[in-house]
Structures are given as structure tokens and as C-alpha cells.
Design a binder for this molecule. Structure first.
Ligand SMILES: [Zn+2]
Length: 101
């Protein structure tokens, strides 16, 4: 999930949790269950926000593979390429098509 959707999940979950927590009556049974579930979702979304995008730094594939050529001094990646292997492969294929055309 993107940071934006984690943030949205966090807000929705906290809103649900506080709706239940501030009811007139003390939440019990199924309501307490929903409260626990909402708080769990809030915690995992907050953890995702804290940990930031994955190793790739890519907003589309934050937890995808890192290009092994990234940072390679002998065979450097073209300028502007990131660490995401999936995006770089797409760029490589696009470049190959352009060369063969
Ligand atoms: Zn990517």
C-alpha cells in the first residue's frame, strides 16, 4: 500500500476506534472486538508510515526488488534511474524496443 493509503487507513481506523471508545456506554463483546480490530489496523498503518517506503524508494513498487546494478561503478545505471528493479527493467525494455525499431 502507498503511504497515502496507509495514512487514510490510519485515519479511518482511529475514527472508528474513537467512535466506539467515546460511546455513552462502555464497549463490550462484539463492539469491543471491533475496537480491538480498528486499533490493530491503526497500529499497522502507523508502522508502515514510520518504516516509510521499502528499500526501492519507488512509490509503485516500494517492496519490490532492488536493481543489483544500482550503485555499480563499472556499469552505472543511466542518470535518473532509481533503485527499483521492476521500473528499471521496464526502462530497459523500452530502450531495447527503441533500438530495434
Ligand atoms: Zn518501481
Amino acid at each position: 500500500m502507498s503511504q497515502q493509503s496507509e495514512w487514510h487507513t490510519l485515519q479511518t481506523a482511529l475514527r472508528t476506534a474513537s467512535d466506539i471508545a467515546f460511546l455513552e456506554e462502555r464497549p463490550q463483546g462484539e463492539q469491543a472486538e471491533v475496537l480491538v480490530d480498528a486499533l490493530r489496523r491503526a497500529v499497522s498503518a502507523a508502522l508502515a508510515l514510520r518504516d516509510g517506503p521499502g528499500d526501492t524508494g519507488c512509490s509503485v513498487h516500494p517492496y519490490g526488488p532492488v536493481d543489483p546494478l544500482h550503485g555499480d561503478k563499472e556499469d552505472p545505471l543511466p542518470p535518473g534511474w532509481g533503485r527499483c528493479l521492476l521500473c528499471n527493467d521496464r526502462r530497459r525494455r523500452a530502450g531495447a524496443r527503441r533500438r530495434s525499431a
